[in-house]
Design a protein around this ligand. Structure first.
Ligand SMILES: Cc1ncc(COP(=O)(O)O)c(C=O)c1O
Length: 371
């Protein structure tokens, strides 16, 4: 058997006609840039998140960057985030000229270790970016308490958290901004790049709408630096169709996670989800003390698995100027050597999950003799 890590084709074929119609509508009107589809999607996605406003942009990293820019965060400022995240989180901080200040992660849920934030706050700190990693929200009550105490803005990196909930409220609706990516493999993925910023702050969302469109306040009046970071109308049309199915697809992911949990829980470390959280399992991540050997065993048996992420931010060449050495973020570093993301997508079949689990079991049975 062959098990893919994700299979976007299965999802597309289930809604093919609706998607074709939505794309055809954009083609027929030739309204390719911004316009009705983008506006409607912004309204629908904001409502879905439980906030008032949204600005569609060209990617998740642009959503983060424009959020920071709209707050006036710039060179000389510091922004706190976690040491294990996708490079884009820190990339957005660097893009506005600010300094990313890294914090180690909580070993239970892989999100920011909230107890380690306060010691990193200085007079230059302006914001915190929690990452709802793997689709499992950060504890936003504890985080908000710190942010309020030091008057810091929260920008949620919800790029893996479409639809996830903390205490019944959607990820992306807690901070000043929630930032999402619509990269095709995301829980809500487009047919190309895309992203969105959601917020209850109308003024800042309007500012981001100008910033994404050459900084234009009205035609040929450019009040802000001129970037083109607009969401395409065809992407918005596709995303409007897919948004209707997001809850159903997330429920299927949770069901798949339950099957994995029930078979693997005594063999490896499976995800720990707090009772306050509703994870959307963008990724299903286990820990193994023989990670690389297990990965090869899975690969030799036709199973695509991944590692998110193998190299922590402070050990990346592009952030060597932060002058952080190996050993400074011990939890992040230990976990980066142990994690494996198993195949996870809504349309994954039960027999495929069982096959993956069977191969994990087989590996441990064989390794008893080998190690
Ligand atoms: C946690 C996180 N932040 C930011 C991004 C950036 O999103 P994009 O690739 O759409 O720029 C991603 C997605 O790749 C992500 O997973």
């Amino acid at each position: 058997m062959k098990v893919n890590f994700v299979d976007i084709g299965r999802q597309t074929s289930s809604i093919r006609e609706e998607i074709n119609e939505a794309i055809a509508k954009v083609i027929d009107t030739s309204g390719f840039i911004l316009g009705e589809e983008v506006e409607l999607f912004e309204k629908e996605f904001a409502r879905y998140c439980g906030v008032k406003y949204a600005a569609g942009v060209d990617s998740g990293v642009s959503a983060l960057e424009l959020s920071l820019r709209s707050l006036g965060i710039k060179e000389g400022d510091e922004v706190i985030t976690q040491a294990n995240t996708f490079i884009a989180t820190v990339g957005s901080i660097a893009a506005v000229g600010a300094k990313p200040v890294l914090v180690d992660i909580n070993p239970e849920n892989y999100n920011l270790d909230i107890e380690k934030i306060e010691e990193q706050i200085t007079k230059k700190t302006k914001a915190i970016i929690p990452v709802h990693l793997y689709g499992n929200p950060t504890d936003m009550d504890d985080l908000k308490e710190i942010a309020n105490k030091y008057n810091l803005k929260i920008i949620e990196d919800s790029c893996q958290g479409h639809g996830a909930k903390f205490k019944g409220k959607r990820a992306g609706s807690f901070g000043e901004f929630g930032c999402f990516s619509f990269y095709p493999g995301k829980n809500l993925g487009g047919f190309g790049d895309g992203g969105i910023v959601v917020s209850d702050n109308e003024e800042l969302i309007n500012k981001i709408k100008m910033m994404r469109n050459y900084g234009q306040s009205k035609k040929y009046y450019h009040d802000f630096l001129p970037f083109n970071k607009r969401l395409d109308s065809i992407q918005a049309a596709v995303l409007r169709v897919k948004l209707k199915y997001l809850d159903e697809w997330n429920e299927k992911r949770r069901k798949n996670a339950k099957v994995y949990d029930s078979i693997l829980k005594d063999l490896v470390i499976t995800p720990k989800i707090s009772s306050d959280n509703e994870s959307v399992y963008h990724l299903y991540v286990i820990q193994s003390d023989k990670r690389d050997e297990l990965l090869s065993h899975l690969s030799n048996n036709g199973i695509s698995a991944g590692v998110h992420y193998p190299i922590p931010i402070h050990l990346q060449k592009s952030f060597s100027h932060l002058n952080k050495k190996e050993g400074e973020f011990p939890v992040t570093e230990r976990i980066a050597k142990r994690i494996i993301s198993l195949p996870m997508f809504p349309e994954l079949k039960k027999e495929e999950i069982e096959y993956v689990c069977e191969k994990v079991k087989e590996f441990y049975k064989n390794s008893l003799f080998l190690f």
